[in-house]
Write a protein that binds this ligand. Structure first.
Ligand code: UD1
Ligand code: CA
Length: 452
């Protein structure tokens, strides 16, 4: 049986932020969500999150996960004190407890699994993830005896200059036999530079405690400031982009492309430079995205081309062509084979199959049928200053250039709207509608000149 406890009560002073450190976003998810995602791969029987600083905000951010138990650490007296707070929750528990730092987001589930395996096969009291770092500054140093058993962990600030030379660092990721940890937690003292109760001091009272070096040291990067946050972002991006390239996605210029780890991409998609894919976005095979595009929480079908455009919370069906310079602002569904051209803004609208909105239009709260041709400069006037209203346009209708459809309004199918019309009343199927004043020509009329 495995339980997980995540340390997330600290403020994160070095972030210089009002937001608790563990809620800072890294790609599409917070630091804490990354850690939780990694832990959940082990299918733990219990998941405890130790919260303290701005605990309401942290709990709120994780409210959608019903499996989490929140443990309050009202005063942040150190990582050891934090773990002491779980004791009442785990009185009946008899198994291993994984303790993870909420600010170590790049850890892979495989690493955690390997740590647990070593821990269990050696029947260790504790097993600690370590790394050999070229620049160990800021991390606790791990001291081992000849048989790789941990004798002591000393925080950077508490090290003597000689001890500081040790490059083997504590990752802040531990596996404990819970009965053993529960026995020694009350023994912790705060006799160190920070006057805190350090979790790392439990190793003095336990045995055997084994150190396991992580293969890829980048996984254990702890985030304490914004510089480390940006380093972690770059590492995560490289990982994500390498994974998609290995899976058959072409990235023309990975350096100028960002892809959040929540995105799904099918093989034979081509991502052009300066393109950013975020949130719950999916892209189906054969599509070509970019250059210069931002897609957030949207589903893009197969064989779509989309360039220099921004798409948010929307669906684009197969074979559609979007852009350049289109803005799908939210709750838009573009049907198969549609063409959305330059300087077109769509919001809360559904376009039927093979509908074209090719130039300079705004459609808001609109539903079109199939094969509609929305002429250049067509606007749906959806807002009367108080409420939004819908526009409905039937199949194969053509709106003339520069027409305005004043909602609420229904225009039938196979209607032709004359250019420059302002349509304020419903239009029946198969009709021509002209709603503009007739052109007046006065022959022989000349502008009277002012006498000098
Ligand atoms: C800790 C380790 C250090 C290790 C490093 C790895 C200790 C004493 N030191 O140092 O050996 O190399 O992580 O990243 O454990 N927290 C609480 N309550 C508290 C204090 C902290 O929940 O009272 C949480 C923080 O929110 C954070 C985590 O514990 O998520 C680590 O705390 P932090 O202050 O960042 O520890 P480090 O100094 O980095
Ligand atoms: Ca830290």
């Amino acid at each position: 049986m495995v339980a997980v406890a995540i340390l997330a009560a600290g403020k994160g002073t070095r972030m210089k932020s009002r937001l608790p450190k563990v809620l800072h976003p890294l790609g599409g998810r917070s630091l804490l969500e990354h850690v939780l995602g990694c832990a959940s791969a082990l299918a733990p029987t219990r998941q405890l999150v130790i919260v303290g600083y701005a605990s309401d905000v942290v709990k709120e951010a994780l409210a959608s996960n019903p499996d989490l138990e929140f443990v309050e650490q009202t005063e942040q007296l150190g990582t050891g004190h934090a773990v002491q707070q779980v004791m009442p929750y785990l009185q009946e528990f008899d198994g291993d407890l994984l303790v993870l730092n909420g600010d170590v987001p790049l850890l892979r589930p495989e690493t955690l699994q390997a740590l647990l395996k070593t821990h269990q096969s050696h029947r260790n009291a504790a097993t600690i993830l370590t790394a050999q770092l070229a620049e160990p500054k800021g991390y606790g140093r791990v001291f081992c005896d000849a048989s790789n058993l941990v004798t002591q962990i000393i925080e950077d600030r508490d090290c003597s200059p000689a001890q500081r030379q040790n490059r083997r660092v504590n990752a802040g990721i531990y596996c404990f036999r819970w009965s053993e940890l529960a026995r020694v937690l009350p023994k912790l003292q705060s006799d160190n530079d920070q006057q805190e109760f350090y979790l790392t001091d439990v190793v003095k009272f336990m045995e055997p405690v084994m150190a396991v070096d992580v293969e890829d040291y980048q996984e254990i990067l702890g985030i304490n400031d914004r510089k480390q946050l940006s380093t972690a972002y770059a590492i995560l991006q490289t990982r994500i982009k390498d994974q998609w390239m290995a899976a058959g996605v072409t990235l023309i210029d990975p350096d100028t492309t960002t892809i959040e780890d929540t995105v799904q991409i099918e093989p034979d998609v081509i991502i052009e430079p300066e393109t950013h894919l975020r949130g719950q976005t999916t892209i189906a095979t054969g599509s070509r995205i970019g250059p210069g595009s931002l897609i957030e929480n949207s589903q893009i079908g197969a064989n779509v081309t989309l360039m220099y455009s921004v798409v948010t919370d929307s669906v684009v069906q197969d074979n559609a062509r979007i852009g350049p310079f289109a803005h799908l602002r939210g709750h838009v569904e573009v049907g198969q084979g549609c063409r959305i051209g330059n300087f077109v803004e769509l919001k809360n609208s559904t376009l039927g199959v093979r509908t074209n909105v090719a130039h300079l239009s705004y459609l808001g709260d609109t539903t079109t049928g199939t094969q509609v041709n929305v002429g250049a400069g067509t606007i749906t006037a959806n807002y009367d200053g108080v409420q939004k209203h819908r526009t409905v346009i039937g199949d194969r209708t053509k709106t003339g250039s520069n027409s305005v459809l004043v909602a609420p309004i229904t225009v039938g199918s196979e209607v032709t709207i004359a250019a420059g019309s302002t349509i304020t009343e419903d239009v029946p199927d198969e009709s021509l509608v002209i709603a503009r004043s007739r052109q007046v020509v006065k022959p022989g009329w000349k502008l009277r000149q002012n006498p000098l």
